[in-house]
Design a protein around this ligand. Structure first.
Ligand code: GLU
Length: 482
């Protein structure tokens, strides 16, 4: 049995960096990791990678947790829930990285580098002018501090660099992509002069210490894998398995970024009123083909059938229109009560659930995302009287508007019950008796009652407004044409 065949308990992790508001890629990573964990009875860990203090953002960690919870993710171990391998925040684990760095220094696999940033910048510029690949020139290798001090570009604050061997193993097996080859790495810095490890060292140490069996992460990390595997090797640790899922892309095929695409921000989906279950279903469709070809499924179903071999490694395009379509389908599948409850934070002030009983079904039909609700409810909230021109635009000729509206008002006044069915019957009977063009009659009436040419079906609109508001709007429209 080779080491990669050994049967370890499945432990996976996401390792977001708290550098700003959470990226949709974090949810994408959580989705693949939890699916694989649930398929394998594994453990899902959240680790916060906060060693880059220049990009650290104080509120970000909390936002990462709250958006992941909003999406329905739960983790077995993490900074907020604890666990046997904590702490789960890298800034609280500095002595662990220092010990690993010490070991690497003692074995000669990393070396101290005292080069100043000015020297490194000049070196990069020279390499670029000479069309050479960028890379550290190893000026500090094999030198004591005293020896190095005699040379130009010295600074007291040293970093630790990997002494990358020329025969470093560049290829590895990816669970999704098969054999991959990494580019030859530079002598990567693993410990910064401020005593913080870089991502590579911290991630390797933690993946080992936390018993991570499978590293499931985005394809942008493929090129880091050789260096990280080298660190595992030097430290004498077993290498986890790797699976690199595809990066989400903008329609122009570039990597999805907060600068170019609002959909790169997880908070955007919350703000816009996408249903988390629809978003997750959509994310699962990107880069994954369900073995049975179904397009709509829950995360539980996704986890039951998940296979690395069904992940399509070619960068899927994040098509917001398709998400809107799917979200609309999820909204329509909600019960009325659920729809009202979930729509509540988006409802315009003053609109109660009781106001909407007669139109809930119609509203669900029309709503693609919950933030559409204020616009979809303008017919209810906006009492502005339409102009004479608007009443006739696609409706009855100007001279016929007032008599028709007046007849409607008196028919509606005498209804015993002001509900959609009797209203509909009364309007139909009236139109027939007055022999008015159906389309034009209802258009004038809709503009008069809803203030605009689009609203839920008219009898439902009127029932929702109630008799007083409906009659009041009819009167005001009549006045507008007189
Ligand atoms: N901290 C890295 C990130 O922000 C994690 C990369 C990895 O999963 O190894 O995406």
């Amino acid at each position: 049995m080779t080491s990669s065949d050994s049967v370890l308990p499945v432990r996976v992790r996401i390792a977001p960096s708290p550098t700003g508001d959470p990226h949709v890629g974090t949810a994408y990573a959580a989705m693949f990791n939890t699916a694989f964990a649930s398929r394998s009875n594994g453990t899902f860990v959240v680790r916060i990678e906060d060693t880059d203090r220049t990009r650290f953002n104080a509120g970000s960690e909390e936002q990462i947790f709250s958006t992941l919870h909003w999406l329905g993710f739960q983790w077995d171990e993490g900074p907020d829930v604890g666990g046997p391998f904590g702490p789960y925040r890298q800034s609280e684990r500095l002595p662990i990285y220092a010990a690993a760095a010490e070991k690497l220094l003692a074995s000669g696999h990393v070396y101290k580098c005292w080069c100043s940033s000015e020297r490194l910048t000049a070196l990069r510029e020279q390499q670029s002018a000479a069309k050479l690949p960028p890379g550290y020139d190893r000026l500090c290798v094999g030198k004591t501090e005293a020896e190095r001090r005699e040379l130009p570009g010295f600074t007291e604050n040293f970093v630790l660099r990997m002494l990358v061997p020329s025969d470093i193993e560049l290829s590895f097996t990816d669970e999704i992509r098969g054999t991959l080859n990494c580019p030859m790495p530079d002598d990567q810095v693993v410990m910064k002069s401020d005593g913080f490890p870089t991502y590579h060292l911290a991630a390797v140490v933690d993946d080992h210490e936390m018993g991570i069996s499978h590293i499931i992460r985005g394809e942008e990390w493929i090129s880091s894998t050789a260096k990280q595997r080298q660190l595992f090797h030097w430290l004498g640790w077993e290498t986890p398995k790797y699976a690199h899922f595809p990066l989400l892309r903008n329609t122009d095929k570039s990597k999805i970024s907060k600068r170019k695409n609002p959909a790169a921000r997880l908070l955007w989906f919350q703000e816009e009123g996408f249903l988390p279950e629809a978003l997750l279903n959509f994310l699962a469709l990107l880069g994954y083909s369900n073995p049975d070809g179904r397009e709509e499924f829950t995360m539980t179903e996704f986890g039951e059938t998940f296979e690395f071999s069904s992940v399509n490694p070619v960068g899927p395009v994040f098509d917001v229109d398709k998400l809107l379509w799917l979200n609309g389908r999820y909204i329509r599948a909600l019960s009325d009560a659920e729809f009202l409850e979930r729509g509540r934070p988006f409802m315009p002030a003053g609109v109660t659930d009781a106001d909407l009983v007669f139109v809930t079904e119609a509203l669900k039909e029309r709503t693609k995302k919950l933030s559409d609700l204020p616009a979809e409810l303008l017919w209810f909230t906006d009492d502005t009287t339409p102009s004479a021109a608007a009443l006739s635009a696609k409706g009855l000729p100007e001279g016929e508007v007032a008599p028709a509206l007046s007849a409607v008002a008196s028919a509606l006044s005498s209804l015993e019950v002001f509900e959609p069915a009797p209203i509909e019957a009364a309007l139909d009977a009236l139109r027939e008796s007055m022999d008015l063009n159906r389309r034009r009659f209802f258009m004038t009436l809709r503009v008069a009652v809803a203030g605009r040419p689009v609203s839920p079906p008219l009898h439902q609109t009127m029932a929702a407004l109630g008799r007083d508001r409906t009659l009041d709007r009819l009167q005001k429209s009549m006045a507008a044409v007189s």
